[in-house]
Design a protein around this ligand. Structure first.
Ligand SMILES: Nc1nc2c(c(=O)[nH]1)N[C@H]1C(S)=C(S)[C@@H](COP(=O)(O)OP(=O)(O)OC[C@H]3O[C@@H](n4cnc5c(N)ncnc54)[C@H](O)[C@@H]3O)O[C@H]1N2
Ligand code: MOO
Length: 340
């Protein structure tokens, strides 16, 4: 450590805690060890009586924790993500806008495996709101060798920053409600309003809606017609299980769509069907989507709206974390449901 005149110490790092006492008002640490002295700190330091202070001397290859946190943040934060000013060596990572949070877990593990660096996040593949906290990073010691940051750069050399928020696209949505009991007026449609509410959470609306009886040919024809009319997502509700009147999976298949999965390892939502007709995603939704708080549908929807192509492995992996705990107060997506 070396002694420096306070006025000349701007940008330097305080070498020990500095206590301030204002009788009847305050006694405590005014500046912590490791604090980088700013222009506005000088007056307060002088008021505490510190005309000279001990500052840490960084070796040529050393970097202070605040700068290291910023450097790490700029390495890992990609599109749609920003980070705060450092405070006590830590930065917070936040979403610039609402969207789908993407985090490459393996790269996060590799960074943390370097030691002395700490990067913690929430789970990815979920909806995130503007300015919502995604995670934080810091270095463990007060100073760190530049080599360590070079190693982190090495890990990410051929990768883009791996924490990002993808914006949602304004997809044109076609909804087909299959239920003879609704079609014939025996009961009111309760499924359509649930889907409308769920897509509204993404700022979207149902563009086309038809109620059909449980008849394979009619359902198939309606799907093909919606595709023709430019639907970018087709949702078909009901008729997804094992009764003789459950025609939806057969109708989707009959359109020539590629079935990614009929059945998802998610409870509730096990009977969900995911398919693609060309590049248009088709979702066959089972009855549980109508009454359960959150299902496999809520896990897939943010990814589909962010324009991600869902592959079979995505569906398979949903089994880990795929059991909803049906909590009395639902905190989804801030809960284990769907976090694989
Ligand atoms: N033996 C088995 N039974 C069931 C299975 C199974 O694997 N084996 N799976 C269960 C699961 S899990 C679910 S989820 C449901 C799936 O139901 P469906 O998608 O086939 O739904 P429906 O049979 O068409 O209808 C069920 C229920 O919901 C009412 N409904 C349907 N659509 C509407 C609408 N638009 N508005 C109002 N009400 C609607 C319908 O009248 C029925 O009461 O299957 C389990 N069974
Ligand atoms: O599709 Mo049903 O879970 O699984 O209620």
């Amino acid at each position: 450590m070396k002694t420096v005149k306070t006025e000349e110490a701007i940008g330097m790092v305080i070498g020990h805690d500095i206590t301030e006492i204002v009788p009847g008002e305050f006694k405590g640490v005014a500046f912590k060890k490791g604090h980088v002295i700013r222009e506005e700190d000088v007056e307060r330091l002088l008021r505490i009586g510190k005309e000279n202070i001990y500052v840490m001397e960084l070796k040529e290859n050393e970097i202070h924790e605040d700068q290291a946190a910023i450097a790490l943040g700029s390495l890992v934060c990609g599109d749609g993500v920003y980070y705060s000013e450092p405070s006590e060596g830590k930065i917070n990572i936040m979403a610039e806008d609402k969207g789908l949070l993407k985090i490459d877990k393996e790269l996060l593990y590799d960074i943390n495996d370097l030691g002395e660096l700490c990067l913690a996040t929430i789970h990815g593949d979920r909806i995130i709101e503007k300015d919502e906290l995604i995670g934080g990073c810091r270095v463990i010691p007060l100073t760190i060798s530049k080599d360590k940051l070079d190693k982190a750069k090495g890990v990410l050399k051929h990768q883009k920053p791996f924490i990002e928020v993808k914006p949602f696209k304004a997809l044109k949505i076609g909804l087909i409600v299959t239920a003879s009991e609704v079609y014939k007026g025996r009961i009111k449609d309760k499924f359509g309003p649930v889907i409308a509410k769920k897509v509204k959470a993404f700022g979207l609306q149902i563009t086309m809606k038809t109620i059909t009886p449980d008849e394979l040919e009619i359902i198939k024809k309606t799907i093909l017609q919606y595709k023709e009319e430019g639907a970018e997502l087709i949702i078909v509700t009901g008729g997804m299980s094992v009764d003789p009147d459950d025609k939806t999976p057969g109708a989707i298949k009959a359109t020539g769509a590629q079935i990614i999965s009929y059945g998802t390892p998610v409870l509730p939502g096990a009977m969900l069907l995911m398919a693609y007709l060309g590049d248009v995603p088709i979702l066959g939704l089972p009855g549980c989507v109508m009454f359960a708080h959150n299902t496999a549908f809520d896990l897939l929807l943010p990814r589909i709206f962010a324009g991600e192509k869902i592959v079979r492995r995505d569906i398979i992996k949903m089994g880990y974390g795929g059991q909803c705990l049906k909590c009395n107060v639902c905190n989804f997506p801030n809960c284990p449901f769907g976090k694989c």
